[in-house]
Design a protein around this ligand. Structure first.
Ligand code: DI6
Ligand code: FE
Length: 400
């Protein structure tokens, strides 16, 4: 029997009731892709005596980070729109003027699979450099069958090109394309649902997402997409209550959604519905920051109701050109008043829960050996510092 042992570490296991599930001067035994033992170094069983040993000198080990909401595959960028907003236009005005999501759709349709991959990898590499080992990637900038499938193939290719787990979400219901202006129902029936079926048939879809908003789709339209997801046996999630409250979170909860995301405008009924359904709240402070939103997501109400809170980058060219999960954690604390412990759980255990993945997000026997070793003395440092990367080693599936 051969494996690795990491010793002399402090492990923020993110399990159990104790703060961070912290183990001081611990050891982690890894065999193949899995963690097989974790505990205090002095309690390490004799049977691991012959294993390769890595001394970590008191550094902090956390689970590999999970970015559970991203749009890293897209063509072009939106620096000009950034400039427009700084000249006074609102996000909704930009969208209505044919900018916003629709302009990225144009650039994405024009880009080859190779170019989309090359571009996306620059963003993925930045996320990985800060310890991301699992990344969710959405389609949604194609809005035609060919391009939606191309985006998802690129997402799968990222998982082949890099040591990272990629989880895909079909987001055909992201925006109404020019070709279907003022005909969202026709778009859902003629493009979105057929594209979902085709993408699923190619094995490209792990979950189904939508954008439930005045500038996108209403709950009845989203429900039709979710009905197909249910028929195909795919889990759902939803961009809900980002700019207004249409009751998207309640719709998501009704379908047993893995998560409802953004949720700045979530009300008490939405919180209760999410609590009842076990739907994770995915908070996206990068979009809140970029849009200079002032409506805070109801963190205290979510906390009280026991709704798990995840944090994610929402990396996208418009509302969150963010490729740092450490900065996301800092923003979760500073902008949303999450605790550093909630922030770390938000990018590990709760991020995994938002993807329906039970095999990661904690340091425990049986979990995947996706780990990050940080050059910090205590877990709060990860959320506290701004623009500093203390990553020492990233371990993916036991590979150091
Ligand atoms: N909400 C968002 O914040 C992003 N998508 C969504 O549904 C914005 C995407 C974009 O502006 O390109
Ligand atoms: Fe998003």
């Amino acid at each position: 029997m051969a494996g690795h042992i990491l010793t002399g570490l402090n492990a923020a296991s993110m399990a159990g009731a104790e703060a961070y599930g912290l183990i001081t001067d611990g050891a982690i035994a890894i065999e193949g892709e899995r963690i097989v033992w974790v505990g205090a170094r002095e309690a390490l069983p004799e049977s691991y005596a012959g294993w390769a040993r890595h001394e970590l000198g008191g550094r902090l080990v956390t689970p590999g980070l999970v970015d559970c909401h991203s749009h890293v595959v897209f063509g072009g960028n939106r620096a000009r729109e950034f400039e427009m907003r700084l000249n006074g236009a609102s996000y909704e005005e930009v969208a209505r003027a044919g900018g916003g999501i629709v302009s990225t759709v144009r650039a994405t349709r024009e880009a080859s699979e190779a170019l989309l991959l090359e571009d996306a990898l620059t963003r993925v590499d930045a996320l990985m450099a800060e310890g991301v080992t699992t990344l969710e990637i959405k389609s949604g900038y194609g809005l035609d069958q060919e391009t939606e499938l191309r985006m998802l193939r690129v997402a799968r290719a990222i998982g082949e090109a890099r040591p990272i787990t990629v989880v895909t979400s079909f987001l055909g219901a992201h925006a109404v394309p020019e070709s279907h202006r003022d005909q969202p129902d026709r778009y859902i029936d003629d493009v979105c649902i057929p594209a979902l079926r085709a993408a699923h048939a190619e094995g490209l879809v792990d979950a189904v997402d939508g954008f439930c908003e005045g500038i996108a789709f209403d709950p009845a339209q989203i429900a039709r997409v979710f009905d197909v997801a249910r028929e195909l046996g795919l889990p759902v999630k939803l961009h809900a209550e980002q700019l207004s409250n249409l009751g998207g979170a309640q719709l998501a909860a009704k379908y047993g959604a893995l998560s409802a995301d953004h949720i700045e405008y979530l009300d008490q009924a939405g919180v209760a519905a999410m609590a009842g359904a076990g739907t994770v709240a995915v908070l996206l402070p990068g979009a809140f920051y970029t849009l200079r939103e002032t409506q805070m997501p109801p963190v205290e109400a979510l906390r009280k109701a026991g709704v798990p809170m995840a944090l994610a980058s929402d990396c996208n060219p418009g509302s969150s050109p963010l490729t740092s999960l450490l900065l996301t954690m800092n923003m979760g604390c500073t902008l949303f008043r999450m605790t550093p412990e909630e922030a770390l759980a938000g990018v590990t255990r709760q991020g995994a829960a938002a993807l329906g993945l039970a095999d990661r997000g904690q340091i425990a026997a049986g979990q995947r050996a996706d780990l990050v070793v940080w050059d910090v003395a205590e877990p709060a440092e990860l959320s506290y510092r701004i623009g500093f990367n203390p990553l020492y080693k990233r371990i993916f599936g036991g590979q150091i």
